[in-house]
Every structure is written in C-alpha cells, then in structure tokens.
Design a protein around this ligand. Structure first.
Ligand SMILES: NC(=O)c1ccc[n+]([C@@H]2O[C@H](COP(=O)([O-])OP(=O)(O)OC[C@H]3O[C@@H](n4cnc5c(N)ncnc54)[C@H](OP(=O)(O)O)[C@@H]3O)[C@@H](O)[C@H]2O)c1
Length: 259
C-alpha cells in the first residue's frame, strides 16, 4: 500500500518550483493533493500533470495573503476529500503586488518601503498563519496532523539586503516552533524546512556568475537539490506515520552548504 494512501494534503505555492515538486511526490505516494497557488494557469497545469499520471489532485487558485480565500480553500478540500491531514506552506512573495521579481530584491533595509515589508509578510508569514489557523479545527478534532512550513538558510544567516524576506522567514520558523509546543498534545507535528533547491527563483538569485561559482563551491554534495526528489522525498517522510515523533524541527535541506 502506498505510504500516504488516502491522506489529504494541501500544498501552497504548488504552481512551480519546490511546491510543485512536493505536490507531485505526495501524489505519487498516494495522497489526494490540493495544488494551491496564485496563478490559475500553473495550478491547472500541475493538476493535469498529476491526474494524467493516474493520481489524485484538485486545484485551488488562492492568494494565501487573504484569510478568507485560505479558509474557503480548506473548506473546499474537506468538502471534496472529507478531511485534511497534511498542510505544506510553501508560498512566498516579495517586492510588491505588480512588481514581483523572480527572487527577492536586494536593498538596504532602511530604504525598503512599508508596502514591501507588508507584502512580504502578508504572503509569507501571514499566508503560513492563515493556512495553519484554517486547518487546525479539522486536525485537532481528528487528533492528527502534519504541518511543514518554509524558512530560508539565507534568513538564518542574515544575508544582507534582503531584510523583509529574512524577517518573514524567521517569523515563520518561530511560529512553527511555538505551534509544535502548543499542538503536540493533539498529535499534530509542525516542522520548518530551510531549503537550497534548484528552482527558477534560486537560479535568478544566483545569476551573477561569480556569486554562483562561490555558492556552488560551498556545496558538499557538489550540486543543488531537486524539487521533487530531494524536497519531495524529505517532506514525504516528515508527513508519514514514520515521523510521528518528530516535531519542532528546523531542517536545513541545502546539501550541507550552510555548515
Ligand atoms: N529555492 C530555494 O532554494 C529556496 C531557498 C530559500 C527559501 N526558499 C523558500 O522555499 C519556498 C519555495 O521556493 P521556490 O524557489 O520553489 O519558490 P518559487 O519558485 O518562487 O515559487 C513560489 C510559488 O508560490 C506561489 N505564490 C507566491 N505568492 C503566493 C501567494 N500570495 N498566494 C499563493 N501562492 C503564492 C507562486 O505563484 P506564482 O507562480 O503565481 O508566482 C509560486 O508558485 C519559498 O517559501 C521560498 O521562499 C527556497
């Protein structure tokens, strides 16, 4: 029997990159997957990919910065599949609405507008909080749940000129730890991943050749991780019954680069 057979998983930010990789992997492991992201076109594409391979998925076009939209996504999930067992909060934006770059803009923190601070927190920290709040009534009543959130190794290191991104990612990590303490008694685990995985966003952040070369030299594994195999593989373990005693963890999934 597939490891996640009949589990119901919501993956936000699943339109591309790491979220897409996780959605594909959880579906392969037998979960019913809700592909949740901001752009209908990418959501539909990933749902189609999963269904064409004979696996189970529905799409939800959602802005995680909106509490109401997230609540309605979770209600739709439960109405369709009867439960929600797994929440993976991957979605994150930066810049400002209508000025979204592929990777976070690099600006001294004192020159960053309130609009940019607010947008980064709304889509990252608040998006994660909205998702957790919306699934908790269901997870608490079934006394079982798995929540995985996404921080960043760059935030942990305080990479210069990315203050709103770093701050929202560390706020997510802090919330994950607190929530793990509060939710353990309900059989709900909460963990936080700090990835270094090859996506268009990371490639954009490393587009300067000398910066890219320096970054690659620091990778003990000699290569960047793959969204489906490396991120999806670890998440599939974390949300399985085998990881029921693992909570409050910060896992740096970057091939050892941060050490
Ligand atoms: N790649 C890395 O190595 C790395 C390193 C450090 C941290 N991270 C973190 O890991 C996560 C995934 O990274 P990634 O490289 O896969 O990112 P990505 O390629 O930028 O993908 C982000 C996804 O989230 C969606 N999204 C953004 N804002 C949203 C919102 N408000 N509501 C719903 N969906 C939204 C995007 O939709 P659109 O397609 O519409 O933009 C996109 O599908 C992020 O949290 C990122 O900060 C990644």
């Amino acid at each position: 029997m597939a490891k996640l057979a009949d589990k119901v998983a919501i993956v936000t930010g699943a339109g591309r990159g790491i979220g897409r990789g996780i959605a594909l992997r959880l579906a392969k492991d037998g979960a019913h997957v809700v592909v949740a992201s901001r752009s209908a076109a990418t959501v539909n594409k990933v749902v189609e990919e999963i269904k064409t391979a004979g696996m189970s998925a529905i799409g939800s076009t959602v802005d995680v910065g909106s509490d109401a939209q997230v609540k309605s996504m979770v209600a739709q999930t439960v109405a369709t599949f009867g439960a929600v067992d797994i929440l993976i909060n991957v979605a994150q934006s930066w810049g400002s609405p209508g000025r979204h770059a592929l990777s976070p803009p690099e600006t001294p923190f004192e020159d960053i507008s309130d609009e940019e601070w607010d947008y980064t927190f709304a889509t990252g920290f608040k998006g994660t909080l909205h998702g957790m709040r919306a699934v908790l009534p269901f997870m608490k009543s079934q006394r079982h749940g798995r929540i995985v959130n996404f921080g960043s190794p760059m935030a942990l290191a305080g990479k210069p000129y990315m203050a709103p991104y770093n701050a929202t990612k560390e706020a997510i990590r802090s919330l994950s730890l607190t929530a793990a303490h509060e939710l353990g008694a309900y059989g709900i685990t909460v963990n936080c991943i700090l990835p270094g995985i090859l996506t268009d966003a990371l490639a954009d952040n490393l587009k300067d050749p000398s910066q890219r070369e320096a970054f690659m030299k620091k990778l003990p594994m000699g290569h960047l991780g793959d969204p489906e195999h490396d991120a999806g593989g670890l998440i599939a373990f974390l949300v399985s019954d085998d990881a029921s005693y693992f909570t409050g963890g910060t896992l740096i999934l970057d091939g050892g680069a941060a050490h």
